[in-house]
Design a protein around this ligand. Structure first.
Ligand code: FAD
Length: 358
């Protein structure tokens, strides 16, 4: 098969997968690019829950990433700075990103402690609009509800099997799922992976937390904040999601996002989600006693939330096999935010394009 028609499979339609597909199609439009995503839509941890309160009123709440921050990072070389400037410019021009409106109180633990945050942005139709923008831009063929279960590496190709028995072959594979999920894939994926790479991958660790989305049609209490970080044992962050986009507080539906603290998330990781929802709701009522009853609520358990111990010494990816080409990438190889995903995807794309012809 000619190098220009090589099949590349990307696993995961989160920000890193979406950006990787976009970069690859920009640089090498003749590649045959396919993607499998286990969820029913794109976004990954940039996740937005949508609900119809009634037939006429739609509302949404961001359950994972809350806002996109543009950092003035001195770590970036000129080429990476140009890539980020171009992408942020494009996201702003197309109004995929708009400035975060309102006030954030309390202090987040910055995922990029050496960098200075400048501006926060949100995506007007929900944060998953950002990965979706890049999925649409790349026109990658995504098979949703398709969960990779096993990988068999042959001499020249890679055979992928999904949990419901779909089988596809590719010449190169980019894995963007959280590292522990990758380590538990069946097959012989790691047969040629050097031991130091495997040990490094096993050291990658994520925090765990719950996210609760609440929707109200009755008036909600006025607060001095739009988003607030708490030093509470149960609640870490709350945000009036419906007010992130405008300073009006007379929305038909108010939506409130609640993130649990990481210690609570870890302690209750295996607890029934309905029980956790009750406990979280109780804690929210303590902090906002005048909150009316929600008309709808939705909870997510983020077993793999933000990365707290990344892959050590990473160039933005790790090579699991060099022939055929298999790489793993994502925020564990840079940092846990959109800029980290841009870096991971850009460096992975460079590596793939340099090595795909071998
Ligand atoms: C609670 C929370 C708050 C956050 N806050 C912020 C924030 O405010 N700002 C910010 O910039 N970032 C934030 N982040 C981090 C940000 O969301 C991540 O850095 C980013 O989304 C990671 O993208 P990714 O594509 O690398 O991974 P993911 O988004 O995890 O994408 C991986 C994809 O792979 C899919 N997948 C997994 N297993 C399989 C399989 N076997 N087969 C097929 N598909 C599979 C998943 O469904 C997922 O779509 C937050 C994250 C969380 C969880």
């Amino acid at each position: 098969m000619a190098a220009s028609s090589k099949r590349v499979m990307i696993i995961g339609a989160g920000a890193t997968g979406a950006l990787s597909s976009s970069f690859l199609m920009d640089s090498s439009p003749n590649l045959i690019l396919n993607m499998w995503e286990k969820g029913r839509g794109g976004g990954g941890r940039m996740s937005t829950h949508r609900t119809g309160i009634d037939s006429s009123v739609q509302a949404h709440v961001d359950m994972g990433a809350q806002y996109i921050t543009r950092y003035n990072s001195s770590r970036d070389n000129k080429s990476m700075e140009n890539i980020k400037n171009k992408l942020f410019g494009e996201l702003l021009r197309t109004e995929t990103l708009i400035p975060f409106q309102g006030i954030i109180e309390g202090s987040p633990q910055s995922a990029t402690p050496t960098a200075t945050p400048t501006v926060h942005y949100v995506s007007a139709n929900g944060i998953n609009g950002v990965p979706k923008y890049f999925l649409e831009r790349s026109k990658v063929n995504v098979k949703y509800r398709t969960q990779l279960e096993s990988v068999e590496i042959k001499d020249e190709s890679i055979v992928l099997t999904s949990s419901d028995g779909l089988v596809e072959e590719a010449e190169s594979l980019i894995l963007t799922l959280p590292v522990p999920q990758c380590l538990s894939l069946k097959g012989n994926l790691f047969k040629d992976t050097p031991q130091d790479v495997l040990d490094n991958l096993r050291g990658v660790a994520y925090s765990s937390r719950y996210a609760l989305g609440l929707f109200f049609t009755e008036p909600v209490p006025k607060t001095s904040w739009t988003g607030k970080y708490y030093d509470d044992s149960i609640v870490r962050y709350m945000c009036w999601d419906s007010n992130k986009y405008s300073l009006k507080d007379d929305n038909e539906v108010s939506s409130l996002l609640v993130h649990s603290s990481v210690p609570f998330g870890l302690k209750e990781l295996e607890t029934d989600k309905d029980r956790v929802k009750e406990v979280l709701l109780g804690a929210v009522k303590e902090l906002l006693p005048d909150l009316p009853p929600p008309v709808h609520s939705y909870i997510i358990r983020w077993r793999y939330s933000q990365v707290f111990k990344g892959y050590v010494g990473s160039p933005g990816y790790a090579v699991l096999s060099s022939k055929p080409l298999v790489v793993i990438t994502g925020d564990a190889f840079t940092h846990s935010n959109l800029e980290g995903c841009i870096e991971a995807a850009a460096m992975t794309t460079d590596y793939i394009l340099e090595n795909i012809h071998n």
